[in-house]
Design a protein around this ligand. Structure first.
Ligand code: GLC
Length: 565
């Protein structure tokens, strides 16, 4: 054996260990499927599992590593699946366990990972556990958070001032049990009590049930709400919010959010998932964060979450934000991600207006470009790949409980229906989503021109741009590269990544005006660079070169450049 060969053989085990340590989600995009709206296979106007299975080739073509599906479990659908009446069976609207197995089998054959939504904070009030809890049947009697009424001058009041995220008191009186139960969301979503050992184990068994059926991990819903302080003290009011009484943001939620026990619980789930066969499972936790609460998000990493969702691009930034605001938010997250963990960037989800509304139609690609070039995982929502827009819906068409709670005057400010309308596959009936002309939420009338089929062969479409962005995210040219977020001017943000001699740079114009940039000087770029991609509207062919000394960025334009290294 030659000396070189001996060395190679000696190194092999090290190389294998290294590659085995890279988790499948690192530096990839993950796609969110909202099952009611992705694809309807049986013509009832509501999306279902067989519909998703029939469209997995689309996800494969996008080259995402996997997809997470909002809840598909048995549910009265008060909160469209986030009120679960059986955690281990599929709602008939979506199909059967057999359909689910077929979905997993096909995903596996395409090497796509399947992630389920795990909703640990609450069940439906129709769950048999809750019904038995009302009757004080053991061990279900303490599966939920029950408290006696506070009596004031002979009148019954909730035990304390805690509020529901969805407005009003978080307590609802149950006449049969003669106690109040706590619900952080609607009264039909009673909170589960993790201080009950039997409930604690029952929810862990739910994770086992689905990992046994081949799932590759979980998105954990509303994790920050899972524990409440056991003293049940009133939460302090935030002075002068100007918000109506009962509005969730009028209290400082020191006793009902991010309690210490929550991190211990996540850690226990982590260990449990690590003990399951079938490869490393991903844990993605839903915790909304502001810059002030970043440290609590970081604690989810160390507790065991791989992707504690970073919602900065959703809740902290909007079309009034400046490049400085973006820099603060991005650096704020990047600088404190604990060693050994990856950052992540959520572009859109089913609870917030789409990026096309938050930043403006022409800036939709910009946000995905940021998620692509920044280090770590990008999380997108169905329709992002084609630049889908929110759908305006009337009060009569509104079904989301948050919109309905706000009433006919204000529903449009809070309703989550606009971002949940059916995926626009083509320009046929109901945008190719369903054979039924009537769908659970109305299809956006722009589907005639804004649809996947129209974008597939257009090299400047959102779809084509997105596919290049997915390739960039996974490219060795930015893997482990240094990252600098640069304010290129009052209206232009830059991101510069450098790996060895290769520089990859993004410039985005926040304004609807043409802006000249001295990119080479301000971002320390080589004079001549290759265009990797522009946003959909700009339309310069990828591969052409650009002199970076001084060039104009068109209104709301954005561009990714690469040096030849
Ligand atoms: C999460 C979900 C949201 C749901 C709520 C209650 O925030 O994303 O859609 O309404 O939890 O389960």
């Amino acid at each position: 054996m030659s000396r070189k060969l001996v060395l190679l053989v000696a190194l092999l085990p090290i190389i294998q260990v290294y590659s085995a340590n890279v988790n499948w989600w690192e530096d990839t995009f993950i796609y969110q499927v909202y099952p009611r709206s992705f694809k309807d296979s049986n013509g009832d106007g509501i999306g279902d599992l067989n519909g998703i299975t029939s469209k997995l080739e689309h996800l494969k073509a996008l080259n995402v590593s996997g997809f997470w599906i909002s809840p598909i479990f048995v549910s009265p659908m008060v909160d469209f699946g986030y009120d679960i009446a059986n955690f281990t069976d599929i709602d008939p609207t979506f199909g059967t366990l057999k359909d689910f197995s077929a979905l997993v089998a096909k995903a596996k054959s395409l090497n796509l990972k399947v992630i389920l939504d795990f909703v640990p904070n609450h069940s439906s009030d129709k769950h048999p556990w809750f019904q038995k809890s009302i009757q004080r049947i053991k061990p279900f009697d303490d599966y939920y958070v029950w408290r006696d009424a506070k009596m004031v001058n002979g009148t019954r009041h909730p035990p304390n001032n805690w509020l529901s995220v969805f407005h009003g008191s978080g307590w609802t009186w149950n006449e049969q049990r003669k106690q109040y139960y706590f619900h952080q969301f609607t009264p039909q979503q009673p909170d589960l009590n993790y201080r009950s050992p039997a409930l604690y184990q029952a929810m862990k068994d739910v994770l086992t049930f689905w990992t046994d059926r081949g799932v590759d991990g979980f998105r954990v819903d509303a994790i920050i709400h899972v524990f409440e302080d056991a003293r049940f003290l009133d939460e302090p009011a935030i002075p002068n919010t100007g918000l109506p009484v009962g509005h969730y943001e009028t209290l400082n939620h020191i006793y009902t959010r991010n309690q210490n026990e929550t991190y211990t619980l996540v850690n226990d789930w982590r260990k449990h998932l690590d003990s399951r066969p079938g490869g490393k499972k991903i844990l993605m936790t839903e915790s909304y964060t502001g810059l002030q609460t970043l440290p609590s998000s970081m604690k989810y990493y160390t507790a065991g979450a791989d992707v504690p969702f970073n919602f900065m691009l959703i809740s902290n930034l909007n079309n009034r934000s400046t490049p400085l605001d973006f820099k603060r938010a991005i650096d704020g997250w990047l600088n404190i991600v604990p060693a050994g963990y990856q950052a992540n960037w959520v572009v859109d989800n089913h609870d917030n207006n789409r990026a096309t509304t938050r930043f403006g139609r022409k800036r939709a690609d910009q946000i995905i470009m940021l998620a692509a070039i920044l280090p770590g995982v990008g999380v997108i929502y169905y329709g992002n790949e084609i630049g889908m827009e929110d759908t305006w819906l009337s009060w009569n068409e509104t079904v989301d409980p948050v919109g309905c709670n706000a009433g006919p005057e204000k529903y449009y400010l809070t309703s989550r229906d606009p971002e949940r309308t059916p995926m626009q596959w083509n320009n046929s009936t109901s945008a190719g989503f369903s054979t039924n002309k009537t769908t659970w939420l109305r299809v956006n009338p722009n589907y005639k021109t804004l649809n996947l089929a129209a974008q597939l062969n257009d090299k400047y479409s959102h779809y084509s741009v997105f596919k290049r962005l997915v390739d960039l995210k996974m490219s060795s040219k930015i893997k482990n590269a240094s990252t600098e977020v640069i304010i290129v001017g009052e209206h232009v943000l830059g991101v510069r990544r450098k790996s060895g001699n290769v520089i990859t740079a993004l410039l985005i114009n926040f304004r609807d005006l043409t802006i000249p940039v001295y990119a080479a000087g301000w971002m320390n770029l080589p004079e001549i660079m290759t265009i990797y991609t522009t946003n959909h509207e700009w339309m310069i062919p990828p591969g052409s070169t650009l002199n970076t000394t001084l060039f104009n960025i068109p209104p709301s334009g954005s561009i990714i450049l690469q040096s030849n290294g």
